[in-house]
Design a protein around this ligand. Structure first.
Ligand code: PLP
Length: 465
């Protein structure tokens, strides 16, 4: 590709992106394709000789775009958001154009030092104390894995990496039954094993891990000869927003010498609003915290903020320094690849810098406050409607509901009908033994009118169910 062609096609991609965003409201939110449609539209073999860009671009528009679920759609109410504010997309374009591999300070000094500064900005923005340091991981799953590996190494007197786990009593990690499956996977991958993830039933009403049950579980394990290593707290769990009372649970965990990691992947972004911080009161006692600016805040995927009280424990667990990765003659620099499982790293801090400067914290706070207020007002309208019942109360902008008297099969059928209709997109969860419809408001470009549409669609589709 000549420099001129590169410019032409980059401009074309940018123009396409702008039009795509501008016309999202006219598209069905969830892809309306059937399994295999896209696979069969792509030939089984790659071409032997190059194809013209006009053809490649036309095929992208013809085959790929219709097969996408539109995560940036203003009426995306499913899962949690994966917001990519346009300004962060612009930054990502620059990052992709430079395509630097930011594993070490010397491989991209600007990427490393901007990352340090951005993590300080985020730490302060969510109200964490200045002793926390941060690193941008690719995902909350990776941050949790890194934290679980620290739990493992710390509990085995830093011998697990070298000797494996056999030489030690069986490690135990504690959490509520509301945690995300990324916690289970971190336990599998770390070699600790699912049987040693002690999932304590959360209070059915508050979704919180009872601190006394945590204490009892640890005491029972100690008596049985296990080695308690860590506690993973939930703030805004994926299913219904389950949140532990951190001020109580962290004290229990620390009294037993456990390493504490908090998963606030979704809810953490809302902590830029001081009035929501009661949700994670006590978090400043944690050893490690993850939240995803790539969920609610608007930094395009991937961008997971991992804040740790003492980064030395991450480095002690994860750093490997063969000669070819050493930086000589630059004391005191950070090599962020020593803070994470993958060696290779993208330049993720640039999109945060663009995002935080363009919108300002106040702009982002307004967005989050609107989402919470609009979601809670929808919850109240559904509560007041004779056909619906609220199943779990709002946690920030997430609540669950169902049609009164609906069986699990009825609720699943209603969710499917709503998503096939395409005007809105939402998902279901299982709570209290039954299926409920899960609603979260978080799309970056959502307006109050989109919530009105959601209400109208819910009333209309449930009347036809
Ligand atoms: N934790 C919670 C509470 C989540 O909701 C999710 C994803 O939705 C994750 C962790 C995993 O996030 P990631 O995709 O960044 O690994």
């Amino acid at each position: 590709m000549t420099p001129k062609d590169f410019e032409t096609w980059s401009a074309q991609a940018a123009a396409w992106g702008a039009k795509y965003r501008d016309t999202l409201r006219d598209k069905p939110v969830r892809a309306q394709t059937s399994a295999g449609d896209i696979y069969h539209a792509v030939p089984p073999k790659p071409p032997e000789t190059g194809v013209e860009m006009e053809q490649i671009f036309a095929d992208f528009e013809r085959i790929i775009e219709p097969g996408m679920t539109h995560w940036q759609h203003p009426r995306f109410f499913a899962y949690f958001p994966a917001n990519a504010a346009p300004v962060s997309v612009v930054a990502e374009y620059l990052v992709t154009a430079m395509a630097a591999q930011c594993m070490l300070w010397q491989t991209s000094p600007a990427a490393t030092e901007l990352e340090t500064r951005m993590m300080e900005w985020l730490r302060d923005a969510v109200g964490l104390p200045s002793e926390f340091s941060g690193v941008i991981q690719d995902s909350a799953s990776s941050a949790t894995l890194a934290a679980v590996l620290v739990m493992r190494e710390r509990a085995t007197d830093w011998a697990g990496n070298q000797k494996g786990l056999k030489a030690n009593p069986q490690l135990r990690i504690y959490c509520s039954d509301q945690v995300h499956t990324s916690i289970d996977r971190a336990i599998w991958v770390s070699g600790i094993g699912q049987d040693n993830l002690v999932k304590i039933p959360a209070d059915p009403v508050t979704g919180a891990l009872p601190p006394e049950a945590l204490d009892e579980a640890i005491q029972a394990d100690l008596a049985a000869g296990f080695l308690p290593a860590g506690y993973i707290g939930s703030v805004g769990g994926t299913s219904i927003g389950g949140t532990d009372d951190l001020s109580a649970t962290i004290k229990v965990a620390h009294a037993h010498g456990l390493f504490v990691h908090i998963d606030a992947a979704w809810a953490g972004s809302a902590m830029i609003c001081p009035e929501f911080r009661t949700l994670w009161a006590g978090v400043e006692m944690a050893d490690s915290i993850v939240f995803n600016p790539h969920k609610w805040l608007g930094a395009s995927f991937d961008c997971s903020a991992h804040l740790v009280r003492d980064p030395k424990v991450l480095v002690k667990t994860l750093a490997i320094q063969p000669e070819f990765l050493k930086t000589h003659g630059q004391d005191g620099v950070i090599d962020y690849s020593e803070w994470s499982v993958p060696l290779g790293r993208r330049f993720r801090a640039l999109k945060l810098w663009f995002l935080l400067r363009f919108h300002g914290l106040e702009g982002l706070r307004t967005m989050i406050r609107n989402h919470v207020a609009w979601s809670q007002s929808l919850c109240e309208r559904l509560r007041a409607h004779p056909d619906f019942e609220i199943v779990t109360e709002p946690v920030l902008s997430l609540f669950s509901f169902r049609q009164k008297g609906a069986s699990d099969a009825d609720t699943i059928a209603l969710v499917e009908a709503i998503n096939a209709d395409g005007r809105i997109y939402l998902t279901q969860t299982r709570t209290g033994g039954h299926i409920a419809i899960r609603f979260q408001a978080g799309a970056f470009d959502m307006t109050e009118a989109d919530i009105e549409t959601a209400y109208d669609v819910l009333i209309e589709m449930s009347a036809n169910a």
